[in-house]
Every structure is written in C-alpha cells, then in structure tokens.
Design a protein around this ligand. Sequence first.
Ligand code: PLP
Ligand code: LYS
Length: 415
Amino acid sequence: MDYFNYRDGMLHAEDVPLAAIAERYGTPCYVYSRATIERHWRAFDAAFAGKPHLVCYAVKANSNLAVLNILARLGSGFDIVSVGELERVLAAGGDPAKIVFSGVGKREDELERALEVGIRCFNVEVPGELDRLNRLAGALGVKAPISLRVNPDVDALTHPYISTGLRENKFGVDVGEALIQYRRAADMPHLQVLGIDCHIGSQLTSVTPFLDALDRILLLADALKEHGIGLHHIDLGGGLGIRYREEQPPEPSEYASALLQRLQQTNYEILIEPGRAIIGNAGVLVTRVEYLKSNQDKNFAIVDAAMNDLVRPALYDAWQEIVPVRQLSGADVRTYDIVGPVCETGDFLGIGRELALSEGVLLTIRSAGAYGFSMSSNYNSRPRPAEVMVDGLRTHLIRERETTAMLFRGEHVLD
Ligand SMILES: Cc1ncc(COP(=O)(O)O)c(C=O)c1O
Ligand SMILES: N[C@@H](CCCC[NH3+])C(=O)O
C-alpha cells in the first residue's frame, strides 16, 4: 500500500498534488512519500517481531540521504555494497554497528574504511576476500566480523539479469565449498565468524525460492555446528518483489511467517536486506509531455524523462504503470509509446499505453522509488532530475536538479 492516490481527479503524494510539485520543482522529478517508506519498513520490522532480527535496508535501491536518514531514525540497519554507500549511510546518521557489507569485489580501501568505522558484518563473497580481510584487520589490530555469502544454487524465478543465487551466477561462495572456507576462516586469527548470508535475486514473487535457500543454509549451519563453528545470525538477503502490474508478491508478514516457521527450533538472529519492497512503491517519476507525433502505425508521446532518468524499461523491458497527473474524462484515448529524447530506440518508458494526452500534460511513472534515481546517469549529457520528499502537507527538496555546469565539474582539457 502506498500514499499516491487520486483526489478530485488529481494525483496526490500524501496531501500534496503532484501538479504543484511539478510546478515548483520542474520536471522530470522524483517524488517520494515519507509515510510510505516508514510504513513499509515497519511492516518488515513487525513481521519478524518475537525473534531477534535486524532489517538492513539495501542502500542500492535508493541512496538519497533523506531516505537513509528516515530509515536510520526508525532504527534500520543497512546493506551496503561500496564505500560510497558506506559514507552515505554514515552521513545520514546510520549506525555503523548495523551495517552489513555485501559485494563481490570489495577493494582494500573499502574494506579498510569499513573496519575503521566498525561495521556489523562483512558478507564475504570470494575465498580471497577472507585472506585480504584477515591481513587488513591484523594490521589495524581488530577482528573482522564475517559471514560467508553462500550461493545456494536456487532458481529465484525472476528476470535473469537480477537472479543471483544460481551456480552460474558470479555471486557468493558455492554451497559445496562453503564448509572448507568456513574452516579456513575459523582458523584465521583476525576474523570472527558471525553468521551466514545468502541473497538469491530481486523481484521475487513467491516465497518458495526463499524457503529452498533457507533449507540449504540451515543444513550448512548444522554441518558447521558439527565442526565446532557456531553462528550468531542468518542473513537471508533481500529480494521480496512488489506489484508493478499484476504480480501478487507475498506481504512482508506472509514472507516472514513462512521463514520463521522453518526457524522455530533455532536461536539465530535473523537479518534481512529488503530494498525494493521498502522504497519501490514509495516513489514516482513525474514527467511532462513535450510533443505528440503520429505516423500510420504509431502514436508517440515524447516526454522530458528518458532512459538516463529511469533505465529499468530499457534494461529489463520492465513494465511500470504510467498514469496522468490530472484525470480527464471524455478525452481522446489513443495508444501511445511513451518515449524520451535520448538517441536510442531503447529509450522508452512504456510501450502501447492507452492514454488521453495533449502536449504539456503531466504523467506519472509509478513504482519508481527503487532502482530509479540510483541507476540514473548523465547519458546524452542530461542533468539528473530533482528528488522531492513529501511528508503530509509538506514538500522537501532532497536533491537539487543538476545544472549543466555540474555535468563537467572535475573535467580538464589539455594544456
Ligand atoms: C546483496 C543484496 N542484498 C539485498 C538486495 C536488495 O534486493 P531487493 O531490492 O530486491 O530487495 C540486493 C539486490 O538485489 C543485493 O544484491
Ligand atoms: N536494478 C534491478 C534490481 C537489481 C537488484 C540489485 N541486486 C531492478 O531495477 O530491478
């Protein structure tokens, strides 16, 4: 459930009409709802109540400081994948002791910084990362807390580009090799084995793959126990999907109760790393129709947002709902391709949408809070859009629209 609804024919974010936001901040523009973010985070937190747990928001989904700060104030943990995300979480007031660090290729400087600030756990994905961490922790005179991210070889039944838990994927340590690596880790003087981790993919719409992965992990945890390696936590990663169109993903409560049933006889603390399920439907992208044009086969609506602002349709052929900011009754409905100004045929936001449009009207692309701004780029030297947070009746500019001058900051021509 989100807080983007029509009132008197006008789409609102909480209590603010999107047309007013477009007027004030220009388009394209990302708009988020604080109440929706809080509601979604709390749904996960409540779903695991009764068991020690930590909801570690996956920062890659949306790393705006205001978003991170809202979550930090709720007591959230964070799943990061780079030193850039680490610095963002710290700048937003996140607690380093609630940060887990995933990622398949962590550099030395990234590991060092995370050791320096004292994060909760490194989710180690490569055997060589154990040796690197042990050496760096020894040099700093600390112990590095670790989990191994295990690749359980489970099919997440999602888009192949965002499926991560199959043997053929680059992520994690093969489940068959994990025991050997855990024994190596347990023998290293500057590592502390804390837990086990897995993340099998994103936009999962069924609990079955999560349960299959958990079963494999629990078997491994038992085998580790037999070898004298006790674990404190199990990190089940993120990946719970959202409704973009007709998907019917489980609610956090259903997802949690299915997992908790399997965990009844255990005392592990449970960590989860949801990204999309918290922020995906808490954000929209508002764009304006610049031109309409038609030929014998097609009607095009050329809007001021493009694939550089929201790449998911181009990259995954993802479908996101596109609706008018002002509902018009009795207008001329046609089938449009909603396209951006970028010089790529793949620069579309929606294909074959039934809409009543005229030049200058505002459209909203829904479910754009996750992997929207965070995957945006300056392709075609386009300044990235503003981001706005709505909180009840108030709006806050949480990131300014880039200016063209910002586009070449830091560049130098030859003498
Ligand atoms: C390690 C890790 N954790 C968590 C997530 C968050 O995934 P989602 O946004 O699907 O919840 C991802 C991305 O899929 C990830 O790679
Ligand atoms: N960027 C992807 C999800 C990738 C998840 C990151 N591990 C999307 O928009 O659906």
